[in-house]
Write a protein that binds this ligand. Structure first.
Ligand SMILES: Cc1cc2nc3c(=O)[nH]c(=O)nc-3n(C[C@H](O)[C@H](O)[C@H](O)COP(=O)(O)O)c2cc1C
Length: 500
C-alpha cells in the first residue's frame, strides 16, 4: 500500500532530492517523540533559511524569495509540510510505503520545471493521495488548484485515479482561518473526480482531515493538536487504503445491503426517484431498503453531556430520548444493519408541503457516532433530487455530516430536475452502479479487517471532560470490552457467512 504525500505549499522547503531524503528521514524516525524533535528542528531550519536569505538584513521579500529558490531544497519544512510529514510518518507506522512530491516543482512558470508526466505517474502508482495545502483566502493554494485541474481536465488520468483514497491537510494562520472549508471543498472535488474521501481518525473525533494553526514561518510544530489531526489523517488514509486492498482477498457472496435514508421530500418525488433509480440500474444482488424519515416525528437532540447514555452492544438504542412519540428508536436496528448509507433529499423550488426531518435527524445520529462509530467504514454518498435553482447545497452538507461517522465518501449523486424532467438520469444511474460496486468491495474489506480488531474505533470525547470521566468508569466496569468483543465476534460470524 503506497501513500503519496503532496505538498501544495508556495513556501515549500523540500524539492528534488530533498523529497527523497525527507522520505528516508521519515522512515528512520522510530517514535512520536523523535518525530516531534525532527519537526521542530526542520521548522527552525526553515526559519533560519529565511533569515539567511535576507530577513535579517530586511531585504525586500522578492529578493529573499529569489535567494530561497537558490537553496538545494534538502533542508527545512514549511508549515503545511510539517503537517504532511507528521501524516506520512503515521501512515508509515501502519505499514504504508510512503513517497512525496512538491507541486511547486511541476506547476511553475520558471523554465526549470519537472515533467508533468512524472507527477501523473506518481499519482497513478499510489493507492492513496494525501494533499497538504496552506489556506489561502479560506480555500486551497493555487498549487493545489493546479493539481485538481490536472485531474479534472485529463480523462485518462482521472480514470486511472478512480477509487484511490484521498485525504487532506490544511494549515492557516488563524484559528478559524478556513482550514475546514478548504478541506471540505477539496473533498467534494476529489469525490467528484471519483476518488474516495476520508478525514482524520477517531483519535481526533473523525473530522475533515488535518487542520493546522500556524502563520509565521517555522511555527507549525507548536500546534500540538493540529499535528494530532494530521497524524490521524495519515493513519486514516493508510487504514482505508489497506481495507480496500484486503478486500481483494475475499469476495462478498449474495446480496449487499444499501439503505436509503429519505430525509426530505415533497409529494414522494424523492421516494419515487429512488425506486426508479433502483429499477433503471438493474444491479444484481442489491438489497435496497428505503427508510422513510422525512415525515417522521424526530425530536431535536437535547445535547446530553454524556452520549450515548451508556456503553452497550450496538443493537441497543442508547439515545436518552425515549418518548413514544419520537420515532427514532423504532428505526435504530434498520439504521445500523446496513452495508452502505445513501442520505436522500428532494430539494424543491416551491417549498409548499415539503416534509423534512433532515437537520433534526442528523443531529440525533450523534449517539451512533459516539457509540464508537457504528457506521464506520461503510460507503456513503448523498442522493439529491434538485430543482434547478433550489440552491440548498444539500450534497455538500450531507458529506460534511456523514464523514464524521468515520465513513468513506463516494461521489455524490445529484439529479437535476427541471419541471418533470430529470436532466441527467443516465449519469446518476452510472454513479449509482459504481457506488454499488464500491459497497461490495468496502464491506468485504471491512469484514476482514474488523475481524482482527476494532480498537482504532474508540470514540475519544475531545472537548468533553464529563464524558471522559464517564468513559473511565465504563472502562473499569469492562462494559466497553464486552461491546468490543461482541462487535468483533459478530463481524467474524458475518464474515464467515458472507465472504468467500
Ligand atoms: C495569499 C495568502 C492568503 C492567506 N489566506 C489565509 C486565510 O484565508 N486563512 C488563514 O488562516 N491563513 C491564511 N494565510 C496564511 C497561510 O495559510 C499560513 O501562513 C500557512 O502557515 C502557510 O503555510 P506554508 O508555510 O506551508 O506555506 C494566507 C497567506 C497568504 C500568503
Amino acid at each position: 500500500m503506497k501513500i503519496l504525500g503532496i505538498s501544495a505549499s508556495l513556501r515549500n522547503a523540500r524539492r528534488g532530492l530533498g523529497n527523497v531524503s525527507l522520505i528516508e528521514e521519515i522512515n528512520s524516525i522510530k517514535s512520536e517523540e523523535a518525530l516531534n524533535e525532527f519537526l521542530t528542528q526542520e521548522a527552525e531550519t526553515h526559519l533560519q533559511n529565511f533569515k539567511d536569505a535576507g530577513r535579517k538584513e530586511l531585504v525586500p521579500f522578492d529578493k529573499m524569495y529569489a535567494n530561497l529558490k537558490k537553496l538545494k531544497g534538502n533542508k527545512g519544512l514549511s508549515n503545511s509540510e510539517v503537517c504532511l510529514t507528521a501524516a506520512l510518518w503515521s501512515a508509515k507506522e501502519l505499514g504504508a510505503e510512503i513517497d512525496r512530491v512538491s507541486l511547486s516543482e511541476y506547476f511553475t512558470e520558471s523554465k526549470k520545471k519537472l515533467d508533468i508526466e512524472t507527477l501523473k505517474q506518481k499519482l497513478i502508482e499510489a493507492d492513496g493521495l494525501l494533499i497538504s495545502t496552506p489556506v489561502y483566502f479560506g480555500d486551497r493554494s493555487s498549487l493545489a488548484q493546479s493539481l485538481v485541474n490536472l485531474i479534472r481536465n485529463d480523462d485518462d488520468l482521472k480514470a486511472k485515479l478512480e477509487n484511490k483514497i484521498y485525504a487532506g491537510l490544511s494549515v492557516g494562520a488563524k484559528r478559524n482561518g478556513g482550514q475546514e472549508t478548504t478541506l471540505i471543498y477539496q473533498l467534494m472535488d476529489m469525490a467528484n473526480c471519483k476518488l474516495l474521501g476520508v478525514g482524520n481518525d477517531s483519535d481526533t473525533t473523525s473530522q475533515y482531515g488535518g487542520t493546522g494553526l500556524a502563520g509565521d514561518v517555522g511555527t507549525m510544530q507548536k500546534d500540538e493538536y493540529g499535528l494530532k489531526t494530521a497524524m490521524g489523517t495519515g493513519r486514516r488514509i493508510a487504514r482505508v487504503a489497506n481495507l480496500m486492498e484486503v478486500a481483494k482477498k475475499k469476495e462478498l457472496q449474495g446480496n449487499h445491503k444499501v439503505t436509503f435514508w429519505l430525509l426530505q421530500d415533497q409529494n414522494d418525488v424523492a421516494k419515487n426517484y429512488i425506486k426508479q433509480l433502483i429499477l433503471d440500474s438493474e444491479i444484481e444482488n442489491l438489497d435496497a431498503t428505503i427508510i422513510e424519515i422525512s415525515d417522521k416525528n424526530i425530536f431535536r437532540c437535547i445535547a446530553c453531556d454524556i452520549c450515548p447514555t451508556n456503553v452497550d452492544l450496538d443493537e441497543v438504542y442508547r439515545c436518552i430520548i425515549k418518548s413514544k412519540t419520537d420515532e427514532l428508536e423504532l428505526m435504530h436496528k434498520a439504521l445500523i444493519n446496513t452495508d452502505a448509507v445513501i442520505p436522500v433529499a428532494y430539494s424543491p423550488l416551491d417549498r409548499t408541503g415539503i416534509q423534512s426531518s433532515y437537520q433534526r435527524f442528523m443531529e440525533r445520529t450523534r449517539y451512533l457516532r459516539r457509540g464508537d462509530y457504528i457506521l464506520s467504514d461503510i460507503m456513503t454518498a448523498p442522493l439529491i433530487v434538485e430543482d434547478l435553482g433550489s440552491d440548498e447545497n444539500l450534497n455538500i452538507r450531507m458529506v460534511t455530516s456523514m464523514i464524521r461517522h468515520h465513513t468513506i465518501i463516494s461521489q455524490p449523486m445529484v439529479a437535476y430536475k427541471n419541471g418533470n424532467d430529470i436532466l441527467n438520469s443516465e449519469e446518476v444511474v452510472s454513479r449509482f452502479k459504481r457506488f454499488n460496486g464500491l459497497v461490495r468491495t468496502a464491506i468485504s474489506g471491512k469484514l476482514q479487517v474488523y475481524s482482527e480488531g476494532i480498537n482504532h474505533l474508540k470514540y475519544n470525547p475531545v472537548g468533553y471532560v464529563l464524558s471522559t470521566v464517564k468513559d473511565a468508569e465504563d472502562e473499569k466496569l469492562n462494559k466497553r470490552q464486552a461491546m468490543v468483543e461482541d462487535r468483533i465476534e459478530q463481524t467474524k460470524a458475518v464474515a464467515k457467512e458472507r465472504l468467500i
